[in-house]
Design a protein around this ligand. Structure first.
Ligand SMILES: Cc1cc2nc3c(=O)[nH]c(=O)nc-3n(C[C@H](O)[C@H](O)[C@H](O)COP(=O)(O)O)c2cc1C
Length: 325
């Protein structure tokens, strides 16, 4: 399959692995890139810009294919030296960056000067149009189904993708709720140039997380995610475990939610430990509605090959026959 995105990113298949806090390490990113997709290292998973440079070097030892780095610019409890992370990305010779969380405008001059292709992740059409206007090369359109932060508009990809196709000139990836060949074929039909997946890549052999987390995702249904932080205007879609339910209980109490009340439950370090030790109720972890469609734990190579083959069959057989009939 050739699309504007495979051409621009120099990849074989129109499939990207989105940045994932604590999951986007060299093991996963290199496996996705080696399988012909685009793997992405998650910048802030590394504790310092120097550590990120080392992780980039480690990933280069594991693949000679293109891979990218995600820079997520979100409000954090501890201030993050974003400029230093951006400089580490530039100095490492990375040629593709995924930005997310906030307007990436301040980072575009150094990235553009270094010849970096910028993919900005957006949850609304107005943000996509802004990203196009300020010079991003492509966008990832993250629908309401997605893991992590879907924004506050609650518009699904069924609407967002055709809107993006109508209004954008730059190419775009469909992101959120995608995990199989049907999703890829549908996203391409709705005007996307490829897909970006997070949750589906967590349930792969190479994802550097505990097997219990992967098994839990295989068992889960499409009803097993929860939207937390709604009352704080910073909605996040996470796996519906006992901690997420406690957060929802606190948010449902009368009066404004105080972050101090939920902070001990949602600490990032607990989420990270959960991925390491498989204690599924230790903290919160991002997961999207696509968990309902995950039935196995393949290698990235098997997964990507299968998705592309399924999509090709749908396009050439099922849809093709409808036309020729
Ligand atoms: C465990 C996990 C952690 C994530 N962390 C980040 C992050 O740090 N930065 C970011 O831009 N997106 C993050 N995301 C969102 C993904 O990059 C992607 O946009 C999203 O997963 C797409 O929806 P899907 O899960 O339905 O495929 C995360 C997703 C997951 C599942």
């Amino acid at each position: 399959m050739r699309t504007r995105i495979t051409e621009m990113l120099g990849i074989e298949h129109p499939i990207v692995q989105g940045g994932m806090q604590w999951v986007g390490l060299a093991e996963l990113a290199s496996a996705v890139s080696n399988a012909g997709g685009l793997g992405i290292l998650t910048g802030l998973t590394q504790p310092t810009p120097e550590a990120l440079q080392k992780e980039i070097a480690r990933c280069r030892e594991m693949t000679d294919k293109p891979f990218a780095v995600n820079l997520t610019i979100l409000p954090t409890i501890k201030p993050v030296p974003y400029e230093a992370y951006a400089q580490a990305i530039v100095d490492s010779g990375i040629k593709i960056v995924e930005t997310a969380g906030r307007n990436p405008e301040p980072f575009l001059p150094p990235f553009k000067a270094a010849g970096i292709t910028v993919i900005h992740k957006c949850t609304s059409i107005r943000h996509c149009l802004k990203a196009e206007r300020i010079g991003c090369d492509m966008v990832s359109v993250d629908g309401f189904e997605c893991a992590g932060h879907p924004g506050e508009d609650d518009v699904t990809n069924m609407i967002l993708l055709p809107l993006a196709a109508k209004r954008l000139k730059i190419p775009f990836l469909a992101s959120g709720g995608l995990g199989d060949g049907r999703g890829l074929a549908a996203a391409l039909a709705m005007g996307a140039d490829g897909i970006n997946m997070g949750t589906r890549f967590m349930a792969t052999i190479e994802a550097p997380i505990h097997d219990k987390v992967k098994q839990k995702m295989v068992e889960a249904s499409e009803l097993d995610t929860a939207l937390i932080y709604r009352t704080l205007n910073n909605t996040a879609r996470v796996f519906k475990n006992s901690i997420a339910e406690k957060v929802l209980e606190i948010e449902a109490q009368e009066g404004p939610t105080r972050f101090e009340d939920i902070q001990p439950l949602v600490q990032g370090t607990k989420g990270r430990e959960l991925f390491d030790d498989g204690d599924l109720d230790k903290g919160i972890w991002s997961a999207g509605m696509i968990v309902g469609l995950i039935d196995d734990i393949p290698s990235c190579e098997e997964l990507i090959t299968r998705i592309v083959a399924e999509a090709e069959e749908i396009i050439s057989q099922r849809l093709g026959q409808m036309l020729s009939a």
